[in-house]
Design a protein around this ligand. Sequence first.
Ligand SMILES: CC(C)(COP(=O)(O)OP(=O)(O)OC[C@H]1O[C@@H](n2cnc3c(N)ncnc32)[C@H](O)[C@@H]1OP(=O)(O)O)[C@@H](O)C(=O)NCCC(=O)NCCS
Length: 181
Amino acid sequence: MTKFKSINESQTVLTELMIPSYANFGGKVHGGILLSLMDKVAYVTAAKHCGGYCVTVAVEGVEFMHPVEVGQLISLKASVNYVGRSSMIVGIRVEALYPKTGLVSHTNSSYFTMVAKDENHETIQVPGLILSSEEEIRRFYEGLHLKNLSKQKREMLKSDFSTLSVEDIKKQIIKENCNFI
Ligand SMILES: CC(C)(COP(=O)(O)OP(=O)(O)OC[C@H]1O[C@@H](n2cnc3c(N)ncnc32)[C@H](O)[C@@H]1OP(=O)(O)O)[C@@H](O)C(=O)NCCC(=O)NCCS
């Protein structure tokens, strides 16, 4: 296996036209359509880096700030930002282009964690990343933080709140949008 690979060896751009069957009842494109395209481009990018099979393990930072319209051309620009032993964080920038006006808007950026596996579904080591610019070094560092933060988040979600009394919980959520009957 190649020990280290550059980021541009696996960089991928996927472009797709938003067609009417992708729309929801409000006439905008379903978020799930975009998620599926993001998963596809993350897979292609990670598979090119590790040279084999990989699976989607986690998704971070999916926020749809602007609606995507039917008729727009969506480009998903993906690159491997960080690699650990078996995991790869793929950063995806989604841009929407209106062919009529040529206007391009940035709709969202997200991070997909992909893990390389062998034919027995065991996790395997992936090539390291060659970092050749300040931006690539910064993105790798961000990826490392993202990996650590998502681990902390998972541990927090596993917390056992059953030891707290319901009266204590009520005090903490009293200003939230709920009512006790
Ligand atoms: C994710 C999975 C590989 C973890 O398996 P595991 O035996 O616990 O393996 P490890 O703890 O060694 O983790 C492997 C890597 O995944 C990372 N990882 C594990 N869980 C993670 C999570 N929830 N979020 C982000 N990264 C995660 C680890 O940090 C580790 O990275 P590293 O090797 O670069 O250090 C396993 O749970 C799995 O196969 N899940 C199903 C994935 C899948 O099928 N996806 C498609 C859904 S249809």
